[in-house]
Each structure stands twice: as structure tokens, then as C-alpha cells.
Write a protein that binds this ligand. Sequence first.
Ligand SMILES: Nc1nc2c(ncn2[C@@H]2O[C@H](COP(=O)(O)OP(=O)(O)O)[C@@H](O)[C@H]2O)c(=O)[nH]1
Ligand SMILES: [Mg+2]
Length: 218
Amino acid sequence: MPDNTVTVVLPCLNEAEPLPAVLAAIPPGYQALVVDNNSTDGTAEVARRHGATVVTEPRPGYGAAVHAGVRAATTPIVAVIDADGSLDAGDLPRLVAELHRGADLVIGRRRPLPGVRWPGVARLGTAVMSWRLRSRYGLPVHDIAPMRVAHRDALLDLGVTDRRSGYPLELLVRAAAAGWRVVELDVAYGPRIGGKSKVSGSLRGSIVAIVDFWKAMS
Ligand SMILES: Nc1nc2c(ncn2[C@@H]2O[C@H](COP(=O)(O)OP(=O)(O)O)[C@@H](O)[C@H]2O)c(=O)[nH]1
Ligand SMILES: [Mg+2]
């Protein structure tokens, strides 16, 4: 049966190329909500043409886009995933099921598929951040929540303030402080299916991410 309680928030900065396939993988009933962050490649038109609702967020940054999407969602549950095709929205129902079993936040742990290019710096950064999240905050995590599912209103009440790359880490830290039950499940991690990397595949993006990650956790 289609599940119409979930909005899938897709933060997008120039993702017109991968978007059609990403949207096609969204489970039946789930609402696709593309947050367009000043894209110049027709992302918003492509999204609308493929059935997604589009929200425009002029303030740049991954966190700004995610926050705008969560606010705009009208369903009790929100999911956030990348719009580059590296993550599979088909994994979301397994995460949503854990939420129904009582978790407050369900996150994906990227398990690279054969042949995926995952730069060493990004892997190392992920390992270090995850270790810190486990040792300092007691969170059962091995990744930095690239894909996540939560109850919309509770998520907004957490009050995450980061509007750039530190958003997912600040969310985890606040979830731990609030005593949330956090569950991590393996999800497939494939190659980006078009367009350009803004974070780990770009020097500027990587530096911004490392600075933001560290700020979010200190
Ligand atoms: N709205 C918005 N989305 C962003 C920004 N930076 C990255 N993203 C999105 O975040 C997701 C992950 O970024 P990506 O470029 O794939 O990073 P990578 O996986 O480290 O290469 C993609 O859906 C991007 O479009 C940003 O500044 N604004
Ligand atoms: Mg990516």
C-alpha cells in the first residue's frame, strides 16, 4: 500500500542531471520535495516535470536547504537524502519501519558498492567524525548520517542551527543530548550518476565540510 506519511527532502545545488533517476526511485506514496538552492542548470524545472514539489531557498548551504525542506513538509515523517543518485530512496522504507518501531532518528550507514570512488580524505574524515560521535556522545554510529528519517515536528524542535555542511553532525549531537533513540542501518552507496560533486569531490567543499563538522561537534 502506498505510504503517504513521508516527505523526501532533496537538497539540490545543480542536480538536473541525476534528478530524474533519483525521483523515479522514490517509494510509492512518498512526497518528493526538491529544495533548490540557486541552481543555474534548470534543477527546479526538471524536478517539477518529474513530479516533485519545489521549494526555493535563496540562502546557500546544505543545511539551509535541508531546513527549508523540513519546514515545508506537511507529512508527520521526513526523510532527507542526497539528490546525486549515490543513495537509493528504495532503502527508505526500511528506515521508516525502524521509526515505527520506536526509534526517534534512523540514519543510513554508507556501504560502498563495488567500483565506487570514495576519496580517502572523505573516508578518513567520516571515520574520525563517527569515532568522536561514538566516544564523546555515545551514539551508535559509523557514518555521519548521509540519509536520515525522523518525525518532522520533533526534528524542528531539536533546533539545529547550522546552515552549511555541519547540519547532519549538529543534528546527531543534539539528538544525543535530547536522549533520542538513534538507529543506524546499512544503505547502498553508489557513484553519483551525473552532475558535479560539491563536497568531497571539490577542494573548497571538502575544506568547508571539515571546518563545519568540527564546529558542529566541539
Ligand atoms: N541546496 C544545497 N545542496 C547542496 C549544497 N551542497 C551540496 N548539496 C547537496 O547535497 C548533496 C550531497 O552533495 P554532493 O555534491 O553529492 O557531495 P559529495 O557526496 O561529498 O560528493 C547533493 O544532493 C547536493 O546537491 C548546497 O550548498 N546547497
Ligand atoms: Mg554525493
